[in-house]
Design a protein around this ligand. Structure first.
Ligand SMILES: [Zn+2]
Ligand SMILES: [Zn+2]
Length: 297
């Protein structure tokens, strides 16, 4: 390594003063790297590349690494809402304070403390902390987002590691599925499951394509994310609903705010539909009303 910044780069972007000195860099060359903008110093004795995110630098200011739900967010994974930065500090380490702190949640959690991952906790350790910090729903949405075929950051091997890291998360780990197309869909499927109502992901309807969730024979639940507000999206949603209705389905649509902050209303609506048997072909609203037994399967 011919510069302090190159050594820093080889250490996941974070080097301690002692490591730079051990590698033979003088105080002068380290100071030159700082004034030249090749490195920053988030805290006394800790140097970092300027390319680190604001949250990663914030974690270093406190003597830790990015942790918990902040790690998931740093990978662009779907997360439950959270405030400030969540950090991880090894249990036997000291967490530092700093001036003008903008809000932080510190988790005293293990992981490969000073392994390759210096700027953020490895994702597996972070998921365990999310389960303990935000509960099973927080962990579920992150895991399914990481398992999505477009990412494949978590597969069978990682799930097995998670079973050891997070034994109390067994219900969630047994439930996860790669089919969920959004965190909102994961959350909805999980909450229905907790109510004892199985829902199938990404059911295919002729002329419509895949719908988010299907309960019973005919109750379609569509979850409207941020992209559903544009006129073309709304028009397409209405077309899909009309085709689904003509094919004998009943569609209910719920949005982000409603699922996250108005859940009791949704719960009451779905229970009412099921109570009426309207999720089944034998129910009151179905064209194919017949003699089928009422079941949730
Ligand atoms: Zn702070
Ligand atoms: Zn947390």
């Amino acid at each position: 390594m011919d510069t302090p910044a190159a050594l820093c780069s080889s250490l996941d972007g974070v080097a301690r003063a002692a490591e730079l000195r051990m590698a033979g860099f003088s105080r002068r060359s380290i100071a030159a790297a700082l004034t030249g903008g090749d490195m920053t110093r988030p805290r006394i004795g800790v140097y970092a590349l300027p390319s680190l995110s604001r949250s990663e630098r914030h974690a270093l200011q406190h003597g830790g690494r990015l942790g918990c739900v902040s790690v998931a967010a740093s990978y662009g994974l779907w997360t439950m809402p959270f405030d400030g930065d969540h950090l991880s500090v090894p249990p036997d380490f000291h967490a530092f304070d700093h001036a003008a702190c903008t809000g932080v949640t510190v988790h005293w959690s293990g992981g490969q403390a000073f392994g390759r991952h210096r700027r953020r906790l490895p994702l597996g350790d972070a998921i365990r902390d999310i389960g303990r910090c935000q509960g099973p729903e927080g962990a579920l949405v992150v895991i399914e987002s990481a398992m999505h075929p477009s990412r494949r950051m978590v597969g069978e091997y990682e799930l097995n590691l998670l079973r050891e890291l997070w034994p109390e998360g067994r219900d969630v780990l047994d439930f996860v599925d790669t089919k969920a197309d959004s965190g909102l869909e994961s959350l909805m499927r999980w909450r229905l499951h907790r109510m004892g109502i199985p829902a199938r992901s990404q059911h295919r309807i002729e002329g419509v394509g895949r719908v988010d969730l299907l309960v019973g024979d005919r109750l379609v639940i569509e979850l409207d994310g941020a992209t559903h507000g544009d006129p073309a999206g709304v028009s397409n949603d209405r077309r899909r609903d009309a085709v689904s209705t003509a094919a004998g389905y009943r569609t209910e649509r719920y949005g982000y705010q409603q699922v996250l902050f108005g859940w009791p209303q949704i719960e009451a609506a779905i229970l009412a539909i099921i109570e009426q048997g309207d999720h089944l072909h034998s129910g009151p609203g179905s064209r194919r009303r017949g003699t089928r037994k009422r079941t949730w399967g």
